[in-house]
Design a binder for this molecule. Structure first.
Ligand SMILES: *[C@@H]1O[C@H](CO)[C@@H](O)[C@H](O)[C@H]1NC(C)=O
Ligand SMILES: *[C@@H]1O[C@H](CO)[C@@H](O)[C@H](O)[C@H]1NC(C)=O
Ligand SMILES: *[C@@H]1O[C@H](CO)[C@@H](O)[C@H](O)[C@H]1NC(C)=O
Ligand SMILES: *[C@@H]1O[C@H](CO)[C@@H](O)[C@H](O)[C@H]1NC(C)=O
Ligand SMILES: *[C@@H]1O[C@H](CO)[C@@H](O)[C@H](O)[C@H]1NC(C)=O
Ligand SMILES: *[C@@H]1O[C@H](CO)[C@@H](O)[C@H](O)[C@H]1NC(C)=O
Ligand SMILES: *[C@@H]1O[C@H](CO)[C@@H](O)[C@H](O)[C@H]1NC(C)=O
Ligand SMILES: *[C@@H]1O[C@H](CO)[C@@H](O)[C@H](O)[C@H]1NC(C)=O
Length: 458
């Protein structure tokens, strides 16, 4: 099934050059940092405060001229776990990372005091000019020596880069196996703002209210991993992951100012949703299990990690880990079926482990891929490009896919007419005098239309 699907997808790259419209904006073989001086860099290498091969970019975000990149402290030798690059600097496609907001925020004190930012995976810049950093709080958790600090939400003012708030999760909302990697921010109102932090280790959402400066933990069985969807296979590496709630995408608000949260566990083929009306009030969420909806299945082998909703077009973008692909679904569709899903980009070399997806405030789609399973279970080749950032305007990325904002029947009609005209003229050329056409142009049309439908399906 997987082979067949991958084959169809790959085949389509050649069949229809109109797909996979993203281009690579940045790419790195290894991550490097903008140290204060070359000597400081040399010293960091010698003292093993910087071990280049242990640095892997996991999350991205775009705000005005800056592109933020997180580098979790899974292993030792990560000098700064939240960084940015300047989008205006086009002197290189492999820029060095600049620690955000400063080197000081990442340095471990002489007394072993943890840095201000410990280990974030994903961050979110809201429309009110605040950067929300979800800090997992763990250091070295892929090595023998794990140091755990409580997870927190750290918020910076993007105008001044000042720390606005660090909210440490209360003890009773953090469990032994908790792991906080993904955050969605509901910023309809800059004061009455909510952040939703997904717990992938012990299935739950921690909801934080900016206005009340308090949080609560919501659990639901739809946040759990599906035991039949825990096996992954990426570039020859087979592994089992039991990660729970992962992808979190927030729709535009409805008339009552509530968004819909689209979500899925990592080990799952299914997509779910819930109105934030319930998440914002713990009593309501706990008392009403029917507030949570099952939307449908992406199909076999279609486990997804990160996801994001573009609020303008209402398109949900999500990664397909086993397929080295990013796909989409229009949230205005009533049904979440395989055939309603579009392919945004697929590539066995460049899109190995799409790890973060964002749409910026100028309507561009951004994707980061990082070969994470190879890094984790094998070894990255430092002579090859390992990390890539792709981008394109959303309208280009979704054009000619099932998520195109042009009505689908219009595209299909146009396509069928064009092909009919083309085949009619070909047939006319081949058999100019034949009134009794043995070669049926409609058969050609139906083959082409069939391919087209497959294109839309995947
Ligand atoms: C880099 O940016 C500058 C100013 O934005 C522009 O003038 C220049 O053409 C750009 N160079 C390249 C190689 O794109
Ligand atoms: C373990 O981590 C602690 C705190 O970061 C550090 O002081 C210690 O040297 C580490 N031990 C090893 C064996 O790396
Ligand atoms: C938010 O609450 C925490 C305690 O949970 C407190 O330490 C902090 O000072 C509060 N921040 C603000 C801005 O009220
Ligand atoms: C890995 O998984 C793939 C697909 O599930 C399978 O075809 C392959 O045989 C597996 N490889 C190993 C070494 O188990
Ligand atoms: C929704 O939020 C907007 C912006 O904060 C506000 O102007 C509007 O009155 C709100 N609508 C409702 C129904 O609360
Ligand atoms: C939450 O919902 C419950 C049940 O409808 C209601 O009694 C309570 O006042 C709500 N709490 C808040 C803070 O809105
Ligand atoms: C529970 O949620 C459903 C779906 O939104 C709603 O129709 C129903 O009225 C809710 N029930 C209660 C008791 O709030
Ligand atoms: C197909 O041909 C018809 C009649 O010749 C014409 O009206 C129509 O515009 C053509 N359609 C396309 C897509 O070229």
């Amino acid at each position: 099934m997987r082979g067949l699907k991958a084959l169809i997808l790959l085949h389509l790259v050649y069949f229809c050059g109109c797909m996979d419209q993203l281009h690579i904006v940045y790419e790195w073989k290894q991550i490097d940092y903008e140290f204060p001086t070359p000597e400081a860099r040399q010293q960091a290498l010698e003292t093993k405060n910087f071990i280049p091969e242990n640095n892997i970019p996991m999350g991205l975000e775009i705000y005005e001229d800056r592109l933020f990149i997180t580098v979790p402290r899974w292993k030792s030798g990560v000098p700064a776990s939240l960084n940015y690059i300047n989008l205006k600097d086009n002197s290189t496609t492999s820029p060095k990372l600049i620690p955000y907001p400063s080197w000081a925020a990442h340095s471990i004190g002489e007394d072993g005091k943890p840095p201000e930012i410990i280990s974030p995976f994903r961050v979110r810049a809201d429309r009110c000019g605040r950067l929300w950093v979800l800090d997992n709080g763990k250091m070295g958790n892929l090595e023998k020596n794990t140091t755990k600090y409580p997870p927190s939400i750290i918020v910076y003012d993007l105008k001044t880069d000042n720390l606005l708030r660090k909210y440490v999760f209360p003890e009773d909302q953090v469990k032994e196996d908790s792991g906080f990697a993904n955050i969605a921010v509901e910023d309809i109102d800059c004061e009455n703002t909510y952040a939703y932090a997904g717990d992938l280790g012990k299935p739950a959402i921690v909801v934080y209210s900016w206005e009340k400066n308090e949080s609560w933990r919501i659990t639901h069985h739809y946040f759990h991993p599906d035991p039949l969807a825990c096996d992954f296979s990426v570039k020859g590496f087979n592994f089992s992951w039991t990660d729970a709630l992962f992808g979190l995408g927030l729709s535009a608000p409805n008339a009552e100012n509530y968004s819909t949260l689209y979500f899925h566990p990592m080990a799952s083929y299914d997509e779910f949703s819930v109105s934030t009306k319930f998440l914002r009030n713990k009593t309501l969420a706990d008392d009403n299990f029917s507030a949570f909806n099952v939307l449908g299945s992406r199909g076999p082998n279609a486990q997804s990690s990160v996801s994001f909703v573009d609020q303008k077009t209402g398109v949900l973008f999500y990664s397909l880990v086993n397929l080295n692909a990013v796909a989409c679904w229009k949230t205005s569709n009533k049904e979440y079926l395989m055939k309603n899903q579009g392919r945004i980009y697929m590539n066995e070399e460049t899109m190995v482990y799409p790890t973060d997806i964002k749409v910026d405030y100028n309507d561009n789609l951004w994707i980061l891929s990082n070969k994470m399973p190879i890094w984790m279970y094998g070894k990255l080749d430092a002579n090859e490009v390992n990390f890539r950032i792709f981008s394109a305007p959303v309208v280009d990325a979704i054009s000619h896919t099932a998520c195109d904002i042009t009505a689908r029947s219009d595209i299909l009609d146009k396509f069928v007419n064009k092909i009919k005209n083309a085949t009619n003229s070909i047939v006319a050329k081949i058999k100019p005098n034949s009134g009794n056409v043995a070669y049926n142009p409609l058969a050609v049309v139906s083959i082409l239309v069939f391919s087209w439908i497959i294109t839309l399906t995947l």
